[in-house]
Design a protein around this ligand. Structure first.
Ligand code: 4AD
Ligand code: MG
Length: 468
């Protein structure tokens, strides 16, 4: 076969249309379908660079039957041919093949993605192959674009990307149950005289876990570099079977010195709008596909979010609204209860009909590090609530006062000896500061319109599921 530099399909069918008719190209990709008649075959080829397939036209009088038989749905091929304007409907260009090499066949009897229209549940069972579907191609490209936009947003604003540890020796954040990290023999661990597991012999000489959040270390960075953010995997060993929880998810956590809660809300709102706008500007072909196939209000909803101010109000006002709503909730509400996703979605979807930022939550339902208000019952927390998702961001202004912080730590029975390094920052050069955490997969759920969080991460980890 003549050796030509490979062209990606996006260079032909993407918005830039960098390549023009008459050019001889080499394309490599996976066959989505092959159809035709005795004299001509039409191959729909996809290489993952764009949602669209390109049509390869094969004159069967020039190609041997043996090769053509190997080209079935799922097989991988390399094609040389001339790009021509397509007479057919629906595509601007097609390729008239002159040479084809088959890289890999895919037996029609056993290839699982033979037909279109598999359920998402079935595709979860073949997570190793589902990136080859239109849906997962679209989701994964959007996921990439959103990661890139996260870094661009912060880099453009002078934030530094801080790498916080995955393995942690502190379990004080209290954001969720932890996964233990150990090299001890599970069957026969060393024991202390009183019969407890003796972690002094473990790898780190103490109990360690996978992190639930990079925030506490993020604060250490902010109190030196002013503005930092983390973007990494976080782990929570809760057995929740909801379509919005994963045991392993990615979180973006900016932390800013000299920001109060209002600055924090402004940044969160600007950040979310930036990300959604970035998707609208850069992922339209994929969004149009998802809008058509899964959620025909998707693009409208994305535009709405970028175009309207988020509603800001106090937790206490939200409780009043929920109690006066006359709605029957599965979990009753009362001042002091934690809001469930049904309450959050009522506020966003029914009452205000736009994203909501709730602040000043009861201190009892929030973490120890949140800045205490003078009323002694609420803290300067903020949750951003989104349509279809509920909580997408959780954050707060942080308690910077040494005495107030240590009092709260003691009240909650958190061992001060595990937290000395965190408390030290309030002892030496403390500063008002704030931050928040955006659940990356919740963002991707919102932007793609997908309904289940297992379908917006390549390899979901949930209880009883770590197969791939
Ligand atoms: O509200 P959370 O627990 O807040 C924190 O972890 C803080 N340390 C953040 C901070 O202030 N730096 O989690 C933050 C966000 C949630 O709003 C949600 O979007 C997401 O993380 N999240 C999950 N996403 C998927 N699966 C789970 N199990 C999640 N738990 C939280
Ligand atoms: Mg939260």
């Amino acid at each position: 076969m003549e050796s030509l530099k490979r062209t990606r399909i996006v260079e032909i069918l993407g918005e830039k249309m960098a390549i023009t008719a008459g050019t001889k190209v080499n394309l490599k990709g996976w066959v989505r379908t092959k159809r035709g008649n005795k004299s001509v075959a039409f191959i729909a080829l996809n290489d993952g660079s764009i949602i669209h397939n390109i049509q390869i036209v094969v004159d069967l009088s020039v190609f041997d039957e043996q090769t053509m038989k190997l080209i079935t749905t799922g097989s991988c091929i390399s094609v040389n041919g001339v790009l021509v304007e397509s007479p057919g409907q629906g595509q601007a260009f097609e390729v008239q093949a002159s040479e084809i090499e088959v890289y890999g066949t895919a037996d029609a009897e056993t290839y699982p993605l033979q037909k279109k229209g598999h359920t998402l549940e079935f595709l979860r069972e073949i997570a190793h192959l589902r990136p080859r579907t239109n849906t997962f191609g679209a989701v994964l490209r959007i996921r990439h674009a959103m990661s890139f936009a996260v870094h661009k947003f912060f880099n453009d604003r002078g934030f530094y990307y801080l790498h916080t540890p995955i393995i942690t020796g502190s379990d004080a954040e209290g954001a969720g149950a932890m996964f233990r990290v150990t090299t001890l023999d599970a069957k026969n661990p060393p024991l202390t005289p009183s019969g407890e597991v003796d972690f002094t012999n473990d790898f780190f000489g103490k109990p360690t876990n996978l992190t639930v959040s990079g925030q506490l270390e993020g604060e250490l960075g902010a109190l030196a570099l002013s503005n930092v953010y983390t973007f990494g995997p976080t782990f929570r060993a809760e057995k929740s079977y909801t379509p919005r929880h994963l045991a392993e998810f990615w979180m973006i956590e900016p932390e800013m010195a000299f920001y109060d809660i209002n600055d924090n809300m402004d940044l969160a709102e600007e950040f979310l709008k930036y990300l959604v706008n970035y998707a609208l500007d850069n992922c339209m072909a994929d969004l149009e596909f998802l809008n058509k196939m899964y959620d025909n209000e998707l693009i409208e909803r994305l535009r709405f979010v970028t175009g309207n101010a988020f509603q800001r109000l106090d937790y206490t006002e939200a409780i009043d609204i929920l109690m006066a709503s006359g709605q029957k909730f599965e979990y009753p509400v009362d001042w002091g209860t934690d809001l469930q996703s049904e309450h959050e979605r009522y506020m966003v979807e029914k009452h205000f009909k736009k994203p909501v930022i709730l602040t000043n939550y009861p201190k009892e339902i929030k973490a120890f590090y949140m800045k205490q208000n003078d009323d002694n019952r609420t803290v300067r927390a903020m949750d951003v609530l989104f349509p279809r998702i509920g909580e997408i961001i959780g954050g707060s202004q942080r308690e910077e006062n040494l005495e107030k912080l240590t009092n709260r730590i003691n009240e909650l029975g958190i061992p001060e000896k595990d937290m000395w390094w965190y408390i030290d920052t309030r002892r030496f050069g403390t500063a008002p500061h704030s931050g928040f955490g955006l659940g990356f997969e919740r963002l991707i759920l919102f932007v793609t319109g997908m309904a289940n969080i297992r379908d917006v991460i390549p390899f979901p980890r949930t209880t009883q599921n770590a197969d791939f």
